[in-house]
Write a protein that binds this ligand. Structure first.
Ligand code: UD1
Ligand code: CA
Length: 462
């Protein structure tokens, strides 16, 4: 969008959050709240964005990177003062300044588009986005004149009892004509309850100068929530998560219980996958079609293929090929790669290992730093002893191998293709292909040992 710059205010500390982290970096739906604002702006095609930062500026910069320009507000003297700091970064070609707060993560791009269109159509010097709230407490109130036009905004701390009853609030989102904005900012003063330069005072300055001030009322007031406290953060989280679930359901994903399903904004899921309750899917995970996920599953930064079933399991940074069955109670740690058609059963932990197609690890096993071929069966209780107390060593298992139950594979070690290890063996040397390796002492049977023991004992008691 030509001629428009977005200025996002994010310099405040967010005292009411009671946090060491600056407010705008608190996460909602898996992303810092200011990133939601930024993405709404970007999706409108507004390519020029200026973020006004101050409190913990370096942390905010580190979180958002080089995609935006930064204006520093060294001292937080109010929202009007914050906008002034952006002025030197705004070019000649800019006509319209869209001002947003970094703490309104629920605002949708569609609503911003309506605001911009109205501003451009009416040719107003300022157009403010307002909302009607049943509980307006904490927000600036919109004071309209007898004709119903916006006259000024009064902050709650400066409002009279009558003004406090007004339910139309300032969302903190505005479009301004650039020249009119900076001229008016030069005229505002901090003579108010908080001793701050209020951006909201620009509106009455403009009206006083005979300029046109317009307003757009947001259709859905929930979009405009400003997050000032942890309670409001949790409310925003709920709304954003539900929006994500609705998008997924509309795209063909079944969510059995939206109330207990948590899916981050950037997660992608293909149609006909079913998500069972108590499932958390985070940070850029991608899931294919016709999967059954959950109940009770957490998946972070992973890729899951098609027709995969996962129940009561935790998967971190893992790749899972098509038609795998995982869990219940499996733990796939970072670097796990299952090629496809694998069975990973209960109480199995896999870490930094590649498992070939069709291989099975059905129960009670630890597989770490291993390369497992195709169609391998890893028996119950098998452990790769990959750590000698100093460093980690690899285990290799060839195609078609059969690892007997309760085998210890002391790494580094290699089991050849189609080789077999006897149950209970501790394997410390490589096993050639097609061989059997057994490592355990011969079984001794002492006949009638129990009977004899019993007779001895009763003799003692006589
Ligand atoms: C502000 C508005 C209020 C509106 C509400 C909407 C003013 C004076 N008040 O109040 O009318 O209803 O937002 O949510 O504008 N910030 C800075 N520098 C500063 C002060 C604030 O960058 O010196 C940033 C904050 O980081 C925050 C945003 O501006 O992202 C809003 O500040 P906040 O203190 O939350 O304002 P409110 O009291 O909520
Ligand atoms: Ca606020």
């Amino acid at each position: 969008m030509q001629g428009v710059v977005a200025v996002i205010l994010a310099a405040g500390k967010g005292t009411r959050m009671k946090s060491r982290l600056p407010k705008v970096l608190h996460q909602v739906a898996g992303k810092p709240m200011v990133r939601h604002v930024l993405e709404a702006v970007q999706s409108l095609g507004i390519n020029q964005q200026i973020l006004v930062i101050g409190h913990e500026a370096e942390l905010v910069k580190a979180a958002l990177g080089e995609q935006v320009r930064y204006a520093i507000q060294a001292e937080q003297l109010g929202t009007g003062h914050a906008v002034m700091q952006a002025q030197p970064l705004i070019g000649e070609e800019i006509k319209t300044v869209l001002v947003l707060c970094g703490d309104t993560p629920l605002l949708r791009a569609e609503t911003l588009a309506i605001l911009l269109a109205e501003h451009q159509q009416t040719g107003a010097a300022a157009t403010v986005l307002t909302a009607n709230l049943t509980d307006p407490s904490g927000y600036g109130r919109i004071i309209r004149d007898a004709q119903g036009l916006v006259e000024r905004i009064v902050e709650e701390k400066d409002a009279s009892a009558e003004e406090k009853r007004v339910q139309e609030i300032n969302t903190g989102t505005y479009c301004f004509d650039k020249v009119a904005l900076f001229k008016a900012l030069g005229e505002i003063s901090p003579a108010n309850a908080q001793g701050e330069y209020y951006l909201t005072d620009v509106l009455s300055v403009l009206r006083g100068a005979g300029q046109k001030v317009g307003a757009v009322v947001a259709a859905d007031p929930r979009e405009t929530y400003g997050i000032n406290s942890r309670v409001q953060l949790a409310e925003a989280e709920k709304i954003l998560r539900y929006r994500k679930l609705v998008r997924l359901m509309e795209a063909g994903v079944t969510i059995i219980d939206p109330a207990t399903t948590f899916i981050d904004d950037e997660v992608e899921i293909e149609p006909d996958t079913i998500i069972y309750p108590n499932t958390i899917i985070e940070r850029g995970t991608r899931i294919g079609c016709e999967c059954v996920i959950g109940p009770g599953t957490r998946i972070v930064e992973s890729r899951i293929g098609n027709r995969v079933e996962i129940q009561n399991s935790v998967l971190l940074k893992s790749l899972v090929g098509d038609e795998c069955t995982i869990g219940p109670f499996a733990y796939l740690r970072p670097g796990t790669e299952l090629a496809g058609k694998n069975r990973v059963g209960d109480f199995v932990e896999i870490k930094n290992s590649k498992v070939g197609e069709g291989s099975k690890i059905p129960h009670l096993a630890y597989v770490g730093d291993a390369t497992v071929g195709r169609n391998v069966n890893i028996g119950c209780g098998t452990i790769t002893c990959n750590y000698d107390g100093v460093r980690k060593w690899p285990t290799r298992i060839g195609d078609g191998a059969f690892i007997g139950s309760n085998t210890n594979l002391v790494a580094p070690v290699e089991i050849g293709a189609n080789a077999v290890t006897g149950a209970g063996s501790t394997i410390t040397k490589d096993v050639p292909a097609d061989s059997l390796a057994v490592e355990r002492s011969r079984q001794t049977v002492i006949r009638d040992w129990v009977k004899k023991k019993r007779t001895d004992r009763s003799a003692q008691h006589d």
